[in-house]
Structure formats: C-alpha cells, structure tokens
Design a protein around this ligand. Sequence first.
Ligand SMILES: [Mg+2]
Length: 333
Amino acid sequence: MKIGKIGERALINEIAALVAKTADKQSLGIGDDAALTKVSTDCWLVTSKDMLVQGVHFLLPEITAQDLGYKALAVNLSDLAAMGAKPRHAYVALALPPETETEFVLSFYQGMLELAEPFSVSISGGDLVASPGPVIVSITVQGEVPSKQALLRSGASAGDIICTTGPLGASAAGLLLLTHKIDCPPAVRAAALQAHHRPEPRIKEAIWLAESGVVTSAIDLSDGLLKDIREILEHSRCGALLEAEKIPLHPAAAEVGAAMGKPALELALNGGEDYELLCTVRAADFLELAKAYEARFSQPLYALGRISAESELKMITKEGKGEKIEFTGFQHF
Ligand SMILES: [Mg+2]
C-alpha cells in the first residue's frame, strides 16, 4: 500500500511495532513529542528530530536562509518544550543542491545562533550532503528533564483544564500571505510573517509549567489545535469539550482570514505551526497556576475547555451549542 493511502499515523504505528523488539525498557520511545532515555535515577535525556523539506515545509526564496535556520531550530526546541525539557545540544544535517551559495549556508547557521545563544544550546555536530533537488534540513536536539517533571501526552484525566500559552492562527495567516495575493495593512503582514517564520519556542514557559507539578499533559501546537489535542486525548484515553469563545485568536488571523473568507477560528483550529504549548492542568490548581503564570510571563495562560471522560472531542460553538467536531489539521501524507 502507498504511504499516501495508509497515512502518517498508521505508518508510525507499523514502524513502532517493528522496532518494539529493540526497545530499551528504561526509556520512552516513539509516540510523544520527544523520546526519553534514562541517564540516571532522577534525570531523562530528551531527544527529538524534525525534518523540513523545501516545497513541503518551506518555500524559497519566500523565506530567507537566516529565518529558515531560526525556524528549523525553533520547531525542534518546541518539541523539547512539550516535554518540559531544558535544551542542551543540536545536531544539524543539511542536504543542499551543489549550486547553493556558501552565504546561504552561513546565514542559515546565523539564524540558528539567534536561538541557540539565548537558550544555551550547543550546536555540536551534523552532516552535509548533496541534494539532487530540494534543500532538506534535519535537526536533532537533545535536552534534559528531571524524571518527575517530564510532561507526557498521556497524563490528562477528566476534569483537567485545557490551556494554551498564546493566541493561535497567526502562522497560518502568514502562510496564506505567502501563497496568495492578499491586501492587508503592513503591520498585520509583518506580524503574520513573523509568526510563520520566527515562532518562539516556549522553553522557559514549559520548564516553569513542568516545575509547577500540576500540569498533567502537554504537546506543542505544530499541526493545528484539533489534530494536536487528539494526540493528548488518544494517549490519555479521554475526550474533551472545547469552548469556541475561549480559543484565543491572533489579530492577524482575523484580518487575513477576513480577506480570504476564512474565519479566524478555522485558522486557529486547523492552521498549525503556532508552536504554542497545549497543556492540561489539574482543575483545583488552575486558577492559582494561571495567576502565577501571568505574573511571571506577563501573558495569560488561556483556558480553552476541559478534559471529559467521554471518548469524543466536542466544542461548544459561539451560539452555545455542543457539537462533535471533525478535524482537517495538517496530514503529512
Ligand atoms: Mg510536537
């Protein structure tokens, strides 16, 4: 069967079943935002790998080499954030057509340094190979988290509050601006493109949330809220009730969405690449946590709904109706 037919999830499941015999019983392998390897009784080594392919994940020359370097590292660090981990190392593999300018490669690394330096990430190695066509970027990042603090997709339970660290939909708006001719104010265009090309990995917020001890599960928002929340629901074996009114929408999503006839909510639900954290918090601790979070980061922790005991994902619409929802978030195949 062609991979386009079997789909990403089923293919990952088949691979996971094949490699299960190699599993290290002390570790957590395929299935979360990153793998966990026990390196001592109280510390996990956290490893994640992400690949970006020209024409699939980014467009040249629409994105500069410097922004591409920044984004490639940002999306990897975001997966470490989803585990509550502190990043330590990055390994960078590039497949480049031989006619690529040296300047492009060095600018790419400059972009990575803009994130690596503030987050104390060492760029410790990698590989360079020739590509017959597209530019391909593959980065592996490693970090560490105290064993008791690791945030998994599997810890949510009924009653937990679902929350996110920022407004959604701006990155999808940025992609629409790159792929369509849309008239919009320069400030909106700049904000949307910034969100699309330079997402901020929520490392500091994630470590703080993990240290709180009341966050029960987490994932980073890479493929769209509806697709990503399903990962938490499937791993935690529960359902969720989202409230459309409470989903924070980025102003750029509203402006660009209006120009394209797409509601901002749709960009927030299915657009992807926001790289905010989506996490669940024990209900009894939520108000206190949200207050402390806002005091620490000068940004709200947005509550979007609750985990339910049913196995369905439902949303209360703006009209107050409860609706079962389907999703159309990013499918890799
Ligand atoms: Mg992720």
